[in-house]
Design a protein around this ligand. Structure first.
Ligand code: ZN
Ligand code: ZN
Length: 351
């Protein structure tokens, strides 16, 4: 029965999910590590679909058309491009029976839905070489599922994130991402929304649009396309961290057009390709920062954040919320920018 607990003093939230790990020995990596599973034994590979829960959405391309299908309990759709199914070990649950409690030991049931999306049928593929066309399918599926999840009653926020590589928390090497819904806005999104709201009220402008103006032609820019810009943020907490923003002020990820999806796929392919090339395929996390689609004034200019795991957070970071970054965002942008421009030239060359 997963529980959502709030820190005694700060806004930090913790999902206490005992179902995810049943024994302390589960924390110890042993032989038969899923990260090194061959395709034959990989539950995310074509042919092994029965090893996962039935998929609620399966994307299959037939010629020029994309079909949205679903598995049945005993039968699985074959020939797919993307699959989306419930996580076998969810960190939240629609029927959690955890108790409500008040501050200072504030807690509530962690109601929600936790899913896995397999982003390619190819076991050996990586996020560093996922083709633009595949990204388009993935982004369209994310949009579809985020819309669906927001239609659920207990959902205030849909978190979409990638764990790639064991240092980034991945349990399987086969490229996948996760969605997890929350009953309230996560603290980071809430903080961004509050800053944006204040600046909107005081200066009638979006604080994130202002940042974009500043970063689009500055020393931290990595790459821009027609509709998006990638840059290393001024106060990156991770070495080589970068963010991808839509240039057009848009709070809803659901309102991103097909043309913009195509463009986002291109900049993702180019920047992640650059990350792989420049740092020999490091472990990384990627997170969507989107607005809640529920009625609220707390909106943000949606964007993506990518956190390479090349330097470990240690005592200062964990103990104080102050981060040491040994790579200046300006030099990160220089390295990633040069590599991303090469990747983009190659993508445009072949498309
Ligand atoms: Zn696989
Ligand atoms: Zn904006």
């Amino acid at each position: 029965m997963p529980e959502l607990r709030k820190d005694y003093f700060t806004n930090r939230l913790v999902l206490v999910s005992p179902e995810r790990t049943r024994r302390p020995s589960d924390f110890i990596r042993k032989e038969g590590d899923p990260l090194t599973l061959p395709a034959n034994d990989c539950p995310f590979c074509p042919g092994n679909e029965i090893m996962t829960p039935a998929a609620e959405l399966v994307l299959v391309s037939r010629g020029d058309t994309l079909l949205k299908l679903a598995d049945s309990e005993n039968d699985r759709v074959e020939g797919w491009s993307v699959r989306f199914f419930p996580n076998k070990f969810p960190a939240v649950s629609p029927d959690s029976e955890a108790k409500y409690s008040d501050a200072p030991i504030q807690g509530e049931p962690a109601f929600g839905y936790h899913h896995v999306m397999i982003v390619t049928p190819h076991h050996e593929a990586t996020y560093f070489d996922l083709p633009v066309g595949q990204w388009i399918d993935v982004l369209a599926t994310i949009q579809d599922r985020v819309r669906y999840l927001y239609s659920k009653k207990t959902v205030s926020y849909v978190s979409v994130f990638v764990n790639s590589g064991s240092e980034a928390g991945a349990s399987f090497s086969h490229p996948h991402l996760q969605t997890l819904t929350l009953t309230k806005l996560p603290p980071l999104i809430e903080e961004e929304a509050e800053t944006m709201h204040l600046e909107m009220v005081e200066l009638s402008q979006c604080s994130m649009c202002r940042v974009l103006q500043l970063e689009t032609n500055g020393p931290r820019k990595i790459l821009q396309t027609d509709n998006f810009v990638a840059f290393a943020p001024w106060a990156s907490t991770n070495a080589y961290e970068f963010w991808i923003f839509p240039k057009r002020h848009e709070t809803s990820f659901l309102k991103v057009s097909q043309k913009e999806i195509n463009d986002l796929a291109t900049i993702l392919r180019a920047t992640l390709g650059a990350l792989g090339a420049a740092l020999s395929k490091p472990a990384f996390n990627l997170a969507f920062h989107i607005s809640s689609e529920k009625k609220t004034t707390k909106q943000i200019h949606w964007h993506l954040e990518i956190y390479p795991q090349v330097v470990k957070w240690a005592g200062l970071e964990k103990g104080s919320g102050v981060y040491i970054n040994p790579v200046s965002p300006e030099s990160a942008a220089e390295v990633l920018g040069a590599a991303a421009r090469r990747e983009l030239a190659e993508i445009i060359g072949i498309s």
